[in-house]
Design a protein around this ligand. Structure first.
Ligand SMILES: Nc1ncnc2c1ncn2[C@@H]1O[C@H](COP(=O)(O)OP(=O)(O)OP(=O)(O)O)[C@@H](O)[C@H]1O
Ligand SMILES: [Mg+2]
Length: 522
């Protein structure tokens, strides 16, 4: 109280103000990657390389071949509100660059040991070293046109923030994601990321978004995407959306870009999902990459400290057009027929096949309430129906099969492994670098469930044997999904790696809603 009473109003020293700004702009290594890569793109780079050590906690380095800076500009760039991107407040309307606040570099330099090497139009290059916001060195350097910024010891002088940094793997994943988002905005620019010397992302310049999606995620996802292209009045919606049959409850990619800028907008994603109507099962989330283009004065991009949100002048119009765009993209698909709704009664009766219980595994002990000879019915290719002692049970076929497979796989993993089928024609599949790592790390487990895999060349592997849990099983697709899940590391909650692996496989391998037991059996 007494301290407050004596306090006088003062303007904060520049480096204190920068540190406070850093609190909003720089949350973790991924935010540094985002800011530096955005600057590189704004500088017209054709190739951008990111290096991380220890998830970026020890070192983050971003190198570009963009315009570079001469010495005066390089020194000025480290001052708060120093920007080359706007001059007046009206320039903010429709600003075409990622940056415009002149905040990122001083904020980052105030909480790290910062080094900037740059070479602009003139031949002579500059090296600047800054520690905790104070310039230590300005000297000559030798380099080609472009800029390299190295950020060491992030938050070394703000221990309270340092404490919030997560495990190396988590920070690495967030940084890869930050680069992935920006790599989607510019397929024509090359992006690469290495983490402790390992290549986690390597995207050559591409002509089309779908090629970029391929380089980022491999065919398992990219091959399930359809192009969107739709215009209504001033708004153009383009991008890629997932085929309904391939939508899954977990692990979807959902991205929205507004005037080329990544934006977090759950309402737009929801509007896009509404475009699927009943073609996806409740709970399934299709992958969506949506690019919205509209005049600069129809949207304000300056409403969030890290520019992650935008405000539309007419939000409802935008949502409506996004929904229409997705619906139009899906319209040609036969699969757009609603799930779970059957035209007339005779087809309902036709859909009720008689299904042998053995489809859930012949070697399973039967329990009292699962009578082995009772006929099973399949409804809408999604549910199975069987009588119990005093009632009728309706079970989601995917969940039931998943449970049975999970137990089988757990047994196989701790025993001799599963009977696999040798493929007459071995499969060759391509994967993204992170996925190849996941395959390598789980190769022994994959063999135990029946996938015998050999590295081929570059990003390809060869699959010699595959499991066969049911007759409609798609071995290649299951492997791609399983590997994407493993590489995505989305299973933090599992105690034990085997359980997690078994559960992931069981989910991917189990019969899906929409697949018919009766037809399988024939
Ligand atoms: N990689 C780079 N190549 C060339 N110039 C750069 C690079 N990075 C930064 N600059 C220059 O330094 C200035 C300051 O960068 P900084 O990121 O701090 O601000 P900004 O990008 O203008 O705005 P914001 O804070 O919104 O990102 C930029 O306006 C640009 O002129
Ligand atoms: Mg910037």
């Amino acid at each position: 109280m007494s301290v407050l009473a004596r306090a006088r109003v003062q303007v904060l020293a520049g480096n204190v103000a920068d540190q406070i700004a850093a609190g909003e702009v720089v949350e973790r290594p991924a935010s540094v990657v985002k800011e530096l890569v955005e600057n590189a793109l704004d500088a017209g780079a054709r190739a951008i390389r990111v290096e991380l050590e220890d998830g970026g906690k020890t070192l983050i380095r971003v190198s570009d071949d963009g315009s570079g800076m001469d010495r005066d500009d390089a020194q000025l760039a480290l001052h708060r509100h120093a920007t080359s991107k706007i001059r007046t407040a009206t320039d903010l309307i429709g600003v075409p660059t990622f940056g415009f606040r002149g905040e990122a570099l001083p904020a980052i330099a105030s909480v790290s040991r910062f080094e900037l090497e740059t070479c602009g139009e003139a031949e002579d290059a500059t090296r600047l070293r800054v520690s905790g916001g104070k310039v230590d060195t300005v000297e000559d350097a030798v380099r080609q046109r472009g800029t390299t910024i190295t950020v060491r010891g992030l938050f070394y002088n703000t221990p309270a923030r340092r404490k919030f940094l997560r495990a190396t793997a988590t920070e690495t994943r967030a940084a890869v994601e930050a680069l992935t988002v920006l790599a989607l905005t510019r397929a024509d620019v090359a992006f690469a990321l290495t983490s402790d010397g390992r290549v986690l992302l390597d995207c050559p310049p591409a002509a089309r978004l779908i090629d970029r999606a391929h380089a980022l995620w491999g065919g398992a996802l990219a091959d399930t995407l359809l192009a969107v292209s739709h215009r209504a009045g001033p708004l153009e919606v383009s991008g890629l959306v997932q085929r309904p049959a391939q939508a899954r409850p977990a692990g979807r990619k959902g991205y929205v870009f507004v005037r080329g800028r990544p934006i977090r907008d759950p309402f737009i994603l929801r509007a896009a999902e509404a475009g699927y109507r009943s073609t996806i099962a409740p709970g399934d989330r299709p992958s969506l990459l949506l690019f919205l283009d509209l005049p600069g004065d129809a949207v304000d991009v300056n409403v969030h400290p890290a520019k992650l949100e935008a405000r539309f002048r007419d939000k409802f119009f935008v949502q409506q057009v996004v929904e229409e765009a997705v619906r139009a993209a899906l319209a040609p698909l036969e699969a757009a027929a609603p799930l779970g709704v059957v035209g007339h009664q005779s087809s309902v009766i036709g859909a009720l096949g008689s299904i042998p219980l053995e489809l859930f595994g012949t070697d399973r002990p039967t329990t009292d309430n699962r009578h082995p000879t009772a006929p099973l019915l399949q409804l809408f290719d999604t549910y199975i129906v069987f009588p119990t002692d005093h009632a009728v049970a309706i079970v989601d076929q995917h969940s039931a099969h998943e449970r049975v497979l999970y137990e089988d796989v757990m047994r196989q993993l701790s025993g001799d492994g599963a009977p696999a089928q040798r493929l007459l024609l071995p499969l060759t599949l391509d994967f993204a670098p992170a996925e190849l790592d996941a395959i390598e790390a789980h190769r022994a487990l994959l063999a135990r469930i029946g996938y015998e895999i050999e590295p081929f060349s570059g990003r390809s592997i060869v699959v010699h044997t595959a499991p066969n849990p049911h007759p409609r099983f798609e071995a290649a697709r299951c492997l791609q999904e399983l590997v994407a899940d493993l590489a995505g590391g989305r299973f933090g909650g599992w105690q034990n790696r085997l359980e997690r692996f078994a559960a992931t496989f069981a989910c991917r391998a189990a019969i899906k809603a929409g697949q018919t037991w009766a037809r399988c059996a024939s």
